[in-house]
Design a protein around this ligand. Structure first.
Ligand code: ATP
Length: 512
């Protein structure tokens, strides 16, 4: 299966098994808006819980808040979003499709990079052991030609970005002969700026100053509450404030399932520190967040850092943690050193003194801030795309299994009476009574046992517990492991601790 096909199959699987539904499907859906179903909500809550506990329980100096989607409109003036939260958009006149001009150019550059990498791989095969990649890149004529092309376009692109030169964006697209993948033509409109914030009105007078925004990031809810939390929580710098909540962006290109949505959820933590110490904290949080990701066991090779060359208006350092999605390495989380930009601007615009008095040095200052920001939905997609597997199970048969890390699996245990009679359902109920306070479970008595196992594999249930005739005699059950399909006989009285040892979130937290 190609990665493209895998992605399509995954989207279909998410719908078939109640993970994700297109929003308002009975009205043919709403673009880039998705709802989480009965399985999806459990997985999503578990991801959030893992993040929340890692932040607020494992760090004594991090506390959480839950601020509102609506904030005073001046918030977004102070944060720079009213003036600068724009994407350059371009339309193809033939396909009538809309694209981000910067993304079209970046994809073009990505293709050149891919060509160079392929050339390197060819060289590696040809020269075997003695292959020197650095030298090869410096001397191979094909690579040198591509590299010159890359540098020329890249330099123009960076300059255009810095100068916010929309005409130059279009010129680059035309000069590189970048065509619309749908119409195949270069019949482009001019490039325009497009603000990504959704707005609405708070009362019915319709006056302009009624306009408020749906927050495009949760972070500002933290900044405007900085003083409240610092004072009431008697927090000492350095300390952090964590928040999970909805964010809204009117994304221009939203065609990658839950990777880019117009309504999504973020898990953000703003860590306030003394000016001058921010780089140290930036490095610590990079390491800390990478550890959190890798603890899930989804393959260390599937993560990488990508440092930003061009920094956002508020940052003095920034990196992304990228994950290998079916469509390539893409941003999963951002880590930014935001300086005192946000608190400083809120101080200016609100007229309130937003400062920290450090008792040891008797100094007052606006704290600097390091942010970690991850999309819940992107994390969900990372987990599902990594977990989805089609496996041969002998006799030409296959099974579809979601090998979701057990502590965040939506259903932890399935309880299955072998037959629907002779007291087995009643005993199964007793087993449920034993485990229901600790684990999410499903009861299933329909169809042959093999088919029931397959249904559980398809939603990623780590354990299936089968109650059979021997169970009536000796109070033991068969426990089947999702990943190995191995079965073992276990006394009902030991079931809880066996399952707990594999699915308890604390097991993951202990790795951090
Ligand atoms: P991108 O470059 O992909 O648009 P970004 O750099 O604008 O992302 P940030 O503003 O740094 O993203 O947001 C932090 C995190 O929020 C991202 O790493 C991502 O996980 C998530 N996120 C951002 N935009 C979306 C979206 N439209 N849909 C889902 N998740 C998103």
């Amino acid at each position: 299966m190609t990665q493209d096909e895998l992605f399509k199959v995954l989207v279909a699987h998410c719908k078939e098994y109640g993970f994700i539904f297109p929003s308002s499907e009975i009205y043919d859906g709403l673009s880039a808006v998705y709802d989480y179903g009965q399985m999806g909500v459990e997985l999503k809550n578990n991801i959030k819980s893992y993040w929340w506990q890692a932040m607020t329980r494992l760090n004594e100096n991090i506390v959480g808040i839950d601020s509102c989607v609506f904030m005073h409109p001046k918030t977004w003036v102070a944060s720079g979003h009213v003036a600068a939260f724009n994407d350059p958009l371009i339309d193809n006149k033939d396909s009538k499709k809309r694209y981000r001009a910067d993304v079209l150019i970046e994809e073009y550059l990505g293709k050149i990079e891919e060509k160079m990498n392929k050339e390197v791989e060819k060289g590696r095969k040809r020269f075997g052991e003695s292959f020197d990649e650095e030298k090869f890149r410096e001397t191979n004529p094909n690579i040198l030609r591509e590299k010159a092309k890359y540098d020329e376009v890249h330099n123009r692109y960076v300059a255009a970005e810095e100068a916010n030169d929309l005409k130059e964006y279009k010129q680059i697209i035309l000069d590189c002969n970048i065509v619309d993948p749908i119409s195949g033509t270069a019949n482009w409109t001019d490039v325009r700026q497009f603000n990504l914030m959704f707005s609405t009105q708070i009362s019915n007078t319709g006056a302009d100053d009624d306009k408020i925004y749906l927050r495009p990031e949760t972070a500002q809810g933290i900044f405007i509450n900085y003083l409240n939390v610092q004072k009431t929580g008697r927090m000492k710098v350095p300390f952090g404030i964590a928040q999970i909540g909805k964010a809204f962006r009117n994304e221009i290109v939203a065609r990658q399932f839950i990777f880019r949505m117009r309504e999504f959820e973020q898990m953000e933590m703003e860590f306030f520190c003394r000016p001058g110490t921010e780089m140290e904290w930036f490095e610590k949080w990079k390491e800390n967040r990478m550890k959190w990701h890798k603890s899930l066991g989804m393959g260390d090779e599937n993560y990488r850092f990508h440092d930003h060359e061009k920094l956002a208006h508020y940052a003095n350092a920034a990196t992304d943690i990228e994950f290998k999605f079916p469509f390539g390495f893409k941003e999963l989380e951002g880590i930014h050193s935001r300086t005192d930009f946000d608190l400083g601007n809120h101080q200016k615009l609100s007229g309130r003194k937003i400062q920290y008095f450090e008792p040891e040095t008797e100094e007052s200052y606006v704290p600097y801030c390091v942010e970690t920001s991850i999309g819940v939905d992107r994390m969900f997609l990372a987990v599902l795309s990594h977990s989805y597997k089609v496996e041969e199970v002998g006799n030409g048969e296959t099974r579809v299994v979601l090998s979701i890390p057990a502590p965040i699996a939506p259903v932890k245990v399935a309880v299955l009476p072998l037959v629907r009679k002779d007291g087995l359902p009643e005993l199964a109920q007793k087993v449920i009574d034993e485990i229901k306070y600790d684990f999410t479970y499903q009861y299933d008595e329909k169809d042959a046992i093999g088919r029931r196992y397959r249904r559980q594999d398809a939603i990623g249930t780590p354990f299936c517990v089968t109650v059979d005739y021997d169970s009536l005699r000796d109070s033991t059950v068969t426990v089947r492991d999702r990943d190995t399909m191995a079965q073992e006989r276990v006394p009902i009285s030991e079931l809880r601790s066996l399952i707990d040892s594999k699915v308890n979130l604390a097991n993951l937290l202990r790795k951090l």
